[in-house]
Design a protein around this ligand. Structure first.
Ligand SMILES: Cc1cc2nc3c(=O)[nH]c(=O)nc-3n(C[C@H](O)[C@H](O)[C@H](O)COP(=O)(O)OP(=O)(O)OC[C@H]3O[C@@H](n4cnc5c(N)ncnc54)[C@H](O)[C@@H]3O)c2cc1C
Length: 324
């Protein structure tokens, strides 16, 4: 694979084999552009839905309701049936002018050249380190993405009685993951006076037996080896302790844009996402971006799928010299 990756000048290299990247690859292939490679750092293609073991996915794309893993499998298989080259365990480490990429593979680092590159690296939740919560680094602290990967892909759990921070839609997805894994969260904390989700959804916390504390923020994580509790503060500055064995930070999504930030491409200082023109092109016209990396706030898989398709049609025109 290394020799092939290196020797070809690819028409299009797509970074990220999630819904946006795969939909772009499928659209390009169906339009007759054969020389495409999808690069993903994971062992399997499919993106975030691979570890979202719940519905609903796929309504817009396949007209039916699928779980995340079934959806991820289906989109990856669709790409494979079209003989699209998918290079797994391939972490793109730098973006260079005019479509040159550095890639780290198990065998070592290689460089690849593409006429056009689509960046579809998605988003990630804000980790504990960027939330300025004091305390040590005991075991039992993670994000929803990590929890779901452990539960659905590795069949293990990081804690049994965590405190869950945040009330975005993903926070409730995390509560359902906990239920499925036999984890019993002791509290759901929201700093604001209202939950972030549309109101009926917040009641699912009560249905799952988890108390929602509004106007309550986490101040400190306690514990040396493993989390033993958290110190929280309410809107009046009143502090108290909650005993728990883990902390689950949810939501506050930010674009997975480290690559863009380190590159020559112009990015939005507020979000880190690449700045695009009306065609979805970056400041270096060899580069495009699509999917959740450019969606703020983050969108569902069907929207990213659609967005990947639109980017592919622009790239197709561009390669044919039909884009202004
Ligand atoms: C917990 C959770 C629950 C969700 N539930 C739902 C739901 O029920 N229904 C729904 O429709 N949507 C849901 N979503 C949203 C949905 O998962 C996203 O909208 C969708 O996955 C975004 O697609 P994407 O292609 O933009 O990015 P992603 O799916 O994030 O894919 C990005 C890909 O890029 C790869 N990548 C990143 N950086 C690099 C690099 N440097 N080199 C190589 N590869 C790289 C990653 O490995 C990944 O495979 C959920 C999301 C989360 C986090």
């Amino acid at each position: 694979m290394n020799d092939k990756l290196r020797s070809e000048t690819w028409d299009v290299a797509i970074i990220g084999g999630g819904p946006a990247g795969l939909s772009a690859a499928i659209t390009l292939k169906k339009a007759g552009i054969n020389n495409i490679v999808v690069l993903d750092r994971e062992n399997e293609a499919g993106g975030v839905p691979r570890h979202c073991g719940h519905p609903p996915f796929g309504i817009r794309e396949f007209g039916r309701i699928l779980t995340g893993p079934a959806y991820a499998k289906r989109i990856a298989e669709t790409a494979r049936q079209l003989n699209i080259e998918i290079a797994l365990q391939s972490s793109v480490t730098s973006l260079k002018p005019e479509g040159k990429l550095s890639i780290l593979r198990p065998e070592g680092e290689i460089e690849l050249q593409a006429k056009r590159v689509l960046i579809a690296t998605g988003t990630r939740e804000t980790p504990r380190s960027a939330r300025f919560v004091s305390g040590g680094r005991p075991l039992g602290i993670c994000n929803t993405g990590a929890l779901q990967a452990m539960v659905y892909l590795k069949n293990t759990i990081p804690f049994k009685r965590p405190v869950v921070i945040g009330t975005e839609i993903v926070s409730f997805s995390a509560l359902f993951t906990c239920k499925r894994a036999g984890i019993k969260p002791v509290a759901l904390l929201e700093e604001e006076s209202k939950a972030s989700v549309f109101w009926p959804i917040q009641y699912s916390a009560g249905i799952l037996g988890v108390s929602l504390y509004r106007q309550t923020g986490i101040v400190e994580i306690l514990g040396k080896e493993r989390v033993t509790g958290v110190r929280v503060s309410d809107g009046n500055g009143q502090e108290r302790l909650i005993e728990c064995d883990g902390v689950l930070f949810t939501g506050k999504f930010v674009p997975e844009a480290g690559l863009v930030h380190m590159s020559h491409l112009k990015s939005d200082p507020a979000t880190g996402a690449p700045i695009l023109d009306q065609y979805g092109r970056c400041s270096d016209k060899a580069y495009y971006a699509a999917g959740n990396i450019i969606k703020n706030p983050v969108k569902v898989a069907g929207t990213c799928w659609q967005n990947g398709k639109i980017a592919a049609t622009k790239i197709e025109k561009d390669l044919a010299g039909q884009l202004d």
